[in-house]
Design a protein around this ligand. Structure first.
Ligand SMILES: [Zn+2]
Length: 457
């Protein structure tokens, strides 16, 4: 397996640079040091699928896209450096022929996988579990020759399911969006707590729970402390084919006595209260002030009508999701208003993804500010959100999903999955998983159905 490193001065390096120039690298400023490290890349092959697992020191934002002639897949990891030379064993059955990598912008890492044939990719992130670190998993499946494909398929943090047709059932995708980030701190409490920090912590706890939930899979829209325009948040959720979108925030108001959490959905005509209107203005304005693209673009009237129609369908679903979440959040702490509130939040404007905005307590209230920082409150809130999601999906899971078919105790093996990846996901040991399923060995195959014992909840 050929591996080139940037500091080598042989022909390989020139090839590498030439290769990268061909990928359209722009000139970018040298930014702060990397904050995550790529420890190694592991590869396994199962039938048509080659799986690469990127073991990461910490979370990192990433992009995956494919290029043709020659066929390549590019993985960009932001704020990441290579901690060791990245090598994968040579395997003639693998779709990956070679791995090259180079630092970009003084801060980011670009990994280029040279392919033997055009491949569809499917990527997702796994949180640390049972001694395994943060992982980015990339499955490459050989693309049937007859299929017409776009010349270039860029995607951002997305889960593409090219094999959906062959997959009998799928997971529900839960997009979790921690508000604000980077130079936009959100609201700041009297004790100095920043909204962007606590909402990221809460979002991660929700993602961990969703990851462990059979039939659900999380997509964390913001994984670190950086700014994302609202439109980008929506497009990441849509690229991931999210079934629901949860934006997580903490509320703030002049009157420090006000407390309690609330759940909002997009208003189709005006805000449900004056307070809701002000809040939406505040949450939306950060984006405009900080260089985001305004969410309203000049759609022609036909497009707008179609969007309106799609949106009213997802509004009903959003309302139902918000209701389930409020009922569960009652158990955790004070809920400011028992009913779902409506306001014109730009981040909720996905025409086809049911979307809610959770204001998890008031950061402007000193006692709630303290609470927001505690692990116990964050955990109970994340538990409540998961329970709310379960209740919502019990009636709203789309056909073709594991949950809609009432198979929450099942896991259908995807191409490239290994027993240890599946065991990780459900917080079990491989031995336990094998015992439950009477598996004589670690050999499994795509499409095989495993029993996942229920853990209660
Ligand atoms: Zn906010």
């Amino acid at each position: 397996m050929s591996v080139a490193k940037t500091h080598q001065t042989d022909q390989r390096r020139r090839l590498l640079l030439k290769g990268l120039a061909g990928l359209g690298l722009g000139v970018a400023p040298i930014s702060a040091w990397a904050n995550s490290g790529l420890q190694r890349v592991r590869m396994s092959v199962d039938g048509q699928t080659t799986r690469l697992v990127f073991d990461m020191e910490g979370p990192a934002d990433y992009k995956v896209f494919a290029l043709e002639s020659p066929d390549r897949v590019v993985v960009d990891l932001s704020g990441t450096r290579a901690l060791a030379s990245l090598e994968v064993p040579s395997n003639p059955r693998s779709l990956v022929e070679g791995v090259r990598y180079a630092e970009r912008n003084g801060n980011d890492l670009r990994v280029v996988l040279d392919l033997r044939a055009a491949a569809d990719q499917h990527s997702f992130v796994l949180l640390p579990a049972q001694g395994s670190p943060h992982r980015l998993v990339l499955d490459l499946t050989e693309r049937p020759r007859s299929v017409m494909v776009a010349r270039m398929v860029p995607e951002t943090n997305s889960v593409v399911r090219p094999d959906q047709m062959r997959e009998p059932l799928r997971d529900l995708i839960v997009a979790i969006d921690p508000g604000h980030g980077g130079h936009d701190p959100g609201a700041i409490g009297a004790g100095g707590t920043r909204e962007k920090d606590v909402v990221l912590q809460i979002a991660r706890r929700v993602a961990e729970r969703v990851e462990r939930e059979p039939g659900m899979r999380p997509v964390l829209i913001r994984t670190g402390d950086y700014f994302l325009p609202l439109r980008e948040r929506i497009s990441r959720a849509r690229a991931a084919q999210a079934d629901v979108f949860l934006s997580i925030h903490a509320d703030a108001i002049q009157d420090r006595r006000v407390q309690g959490s609330s759940v909002y959905i997009l208003s189709d005509r005006g805000a449900s209260s004056e307070a809701a209107r002000f809040l939406a203005q505040r949450e939306n304005s950060a984006d405009l002030r900080l260089g985001g693209v305004p969410i309203e673009s000049k759609d022609d009237s036909l497009t707008s009508v179609l969007l309106d129609l799609a949106q009213s369908g997802s509004l009903e679903a959003s309302h139902s999701l918000a209701n389930r979440l409020i009922s569960e959040m009652h158990r955790v702490g004070k809920v400011r208003k028992p009913e779902v509130e409506r306001a014109n939040f730009a981040v909720l404007r996905s025409p086809d993804v049911p979307s809610v905005l959770i204001e998890a307590a008031f950061i402007s209230n000193p006692s709630e500010e303290r609470k927001l920082r505690t692990e116990s409150f964050q955990n109970s809130l994340a538990d409540a959100i998961l329970t709310g999601l379960r209740a919502y999906f019990a009636t709203h899971a789309p056909p073709g999903t594991i949950i809609a078919e009432g198979r929450r105790d099942r896991h259908i093996i995807r191409p490239g999955e290994t027993l240890s990846v599946i065991a990780d996901r459900y917080r079990m040991s491989v031995a336990e998983l094998r015992a439950v399923n009477d598996l004589p060995s670690d050999r499994i195959f795509a499409g095989q159905v495993l029993q996942i014992p229920s853990r209660g909840s």
